[in-house]
Ligand binder design. Structure first.
Ligand code: B12
Ligand code: SF4
Length: 503
């Protein structure tokens, strides 16, 4: 009997979050399914994932440990657990992938406990890397890989063009179901009682200057066909009872043709769905397409509205097409079709003076109120700008000029301020004063009380009435300071303010 190489794949816990199908590790598991014996440990479903991993490593002869790593809370488990594995089992090859690892590959490799970083899609790189390690071959020819060579030099290999998504191996849902019942991943949301997390495309064709997708995908995008998406969804519906979908793509709506085809297939399925898109892209869709999408279950779409200021939109490289006027008109257009626009705004971008930063925050607050008056059903998500190293963009140049620096060591990301950095709530960037952060947060509290989110499916009608009546004076007069009473009410009602990704 031949022994297959053993691979332990880890999905670290994303703090305070309901579990979702762990697509990142599941997709790389699919890429090695034909020649490796793999196990998934999901930090979202394990009380103590470290204990679980240690016991697996003690009982069996694993050669590889792979972890996916997003910025923020996932680091809290990914860093100490990988470090421990490397200390106790130096022969196990440790591999990180995902957005944090790819965008911060240098410090990951310098930590001494991450041997390799996958820089972008791992579908080809991961199996090739396992083969190269086992066969003692060179790593230089493996695409999408970062590593330190024998001369101590950081090497980033060439990026592959994006793969044809329809020919990649199917995700091994049935095998995942052997480790964790798949039903545990199908959460209750405002979309349905058993919501599927599905990822139908990679990358994004745009280059917004604040976006972590840009350095990895360089304005490339590739999606699965409508038929392939539909077949997978139907499988998850029939086999595991999925009855709603969150599309986790960076940009689900790039191709109107694909969305229309998918919508036609979904008619009569009685499943509601949500995804992320761009205002300027979907504004080009025909009325017929929008009406069809609604009929096919499209309930809400997430859009990066960012700001109403046209000059700033240009600096953000929003393709130069999105304008404040368009954002406002589009909110009204969505209302006509009964699709909820979920607009995210990025407040607190750098400017030449403190006064200018504050003025922009005030302007953005007024713009958000304008959007709400045009279409009160618009869901508003407020972020505080957290820089991403998009070298060469005007925005990142201003960030660097302000003296801002990313941590120089991997473990520094475990400090509280850096753990919270990518949550985009209080990134402690040098140009933001505490008064500015307070202003943003207080406004957010008042706004979310006056217009409670539709995504909190536990919220009752009388909760909404209470929240609205207590916040009405503040919202209408612009008095946002110290909204303690609203915080207490929100806490008592267990009201969850809206978060990105519609969950
Ligand atoms: C699902 C998701 C979440 C889920 C996580 C669910 C889970 N894992 O349990 C939740 C909602 C919890 C979440 C939270 C956050 N997220 Co999030 N999230 C995503 C999302 C939408 C999809 C990730 C995914 O499943 N992709 C599908 C897989 C197949 O693709 P992939 O991860 O890229 O994997 C491929 C490669 O990267 C590589 N790879 C990845 N991992 C590994 C591991 C190994 C071993 C190997 C070999 C290869 C490999 O190979 C894979 C296959 O080709 C992405 C955006 C996106 N479209 O990817 C954002 C994204 C990763 N999130 C992001 C952020 C910032 C966050 C937050 C930190 C902040 C926020 N406000 O959203 C929070 C953290 C909050 C918290 N409380 O933990 C950013 C990261 C940006 C950055 N600066 O790097 C992204 C890119 C969204 C964005 N465009 O801004 N998120
Ligand atoms: S459209 Fe969205 S995903 Fe694409 S580059 Fe801009 S912010 Fe990033």
């Amino acid at each position: 009997m031949t022994h297959l190489p053993k691979v332990l794949l880890f999905n670290p816990r994303a703090a305070n979050h309901k579990p979702r199908i762990p697509n990142s590790v599941l997709q790389v598991a699919a890429s090695i399914n034909h020649f490796c014996d793999w196990v998934i440990v999901d930090g979202n479903l394990e009380e103590n994932p470290e204990e679980k991993i240690v016991s697996l490593l003690q009982d069996s002869d694993f050669s590889f440990f792979g972890s996916t790593v997003m910025p923020g809370p996932q680091l809290k488990q990914a860093i100490p657990i990988t470090k421990k594995i490397k200390e106790k089992y130096p022969n196990i090859t440790t591999i990180w992938g995902g957005y944090f690892a790819a965008n911060q590959s240098k410090i990951c490799l310098e930590s001494g406990f991450v041997d390799f970083v996958i820089n972008g899609p791992g579908d080809k790189a991961f199996p090739l890397l396992i083969e190269a390690v086992l066969g003692n071959k060179s790593f230089e020819a493996i695409p999408n890989l970062c590593f330190v060579n024998s001369d101590g030099k950081n090497i980033q290999t060439k990026k592959d063009a994006l793969y044809d998504q329809d020919v990649l191996p199917d995700l091994p849902y049935k095998k995942l179901n052997e480790f964790y019942p798949l039903k545990k991943y199908l959460g209750k949301t405002y979309l349905g009682t058993q919501t599927i997390a599905y990822h139908s495309s990679f990358g994004c064709p745009f280059t917004c200057s604040f976006c972590a997708v840009v350095p990895i995908y360089n304005a490339k995008w590739k999606g699965k066909s409508a038929q392939k998406i539909f077949d997978d969804i139907l499988f998850l519906k029939e086999k595991f009872g999925g009855n709603a979908i969150e599309f986790h793509d960076n940009n689900f709506f790039v191709s109107e043709k694909r969305v229309v085809e998918f919508s036609k297939l979904m008619l009569g399925q009685n499943m509601q769905w949500w995804g992320e898109g761009r205002i300027d892209t979907i504004d080009k869709y025909s009325d017929d397409s929008l009406a069809l999408m609604k009929e096919a279950g499209c309930k809400m779409i997430f859009f990066g509205a960012e700001t109403g200021n046209d000059e700033l939109l240009k600096k953000m490289d929003k393709g130069g097409k999105q304008s404040g006027k368009q954002i406002a008109e589009f909110a009204a257009r969505m209302q006509k079709f009964g699709i909820v626009p979920e607009y995210s705004f990025v407040l607190g971008t750098p400017a030449e003076s403190e006064e200018k930063v504050m003025n922009q925050i005030n302007e953005d607050i007024e713009f958000i109120k304008k959007i709400k008056s045009i279409n009160p059903f618009t869901e508003i998500i407020i972020y505080v700008y957290s820089p991403v190293a998009t070298e060469g963009s005007e925005m990142y140049e201003a960030v660097k000029a302000s003296g801002f620096k990313f941590p120089q060591k991997l473990e520094d990301w475990l400090n509280d301020e850096w753990l919270n950095f990518d949550l985009r709530k209080n990134p402690l960037t040098p140009w933001l004063t505490p008064a500015m952060i307070d202003k943003i947060k207080n406004f957010e509290t008042v706004l979310n009380s006056y217009f409670p989110t539709a995504t909190d499916h536990k919220l009752k009608n009388y909760h909404i009435k209470i929240l609205k009546s207590f916040s009405s004076f503040r919202y209408k007069t612009g008095f946002y300071n110290f909204p303690y009473e609203l915080k207490v009410i929100q806490k008592l009602l267990k009201y969850r303010q809206p978060e990105k990704e519609g969950f």
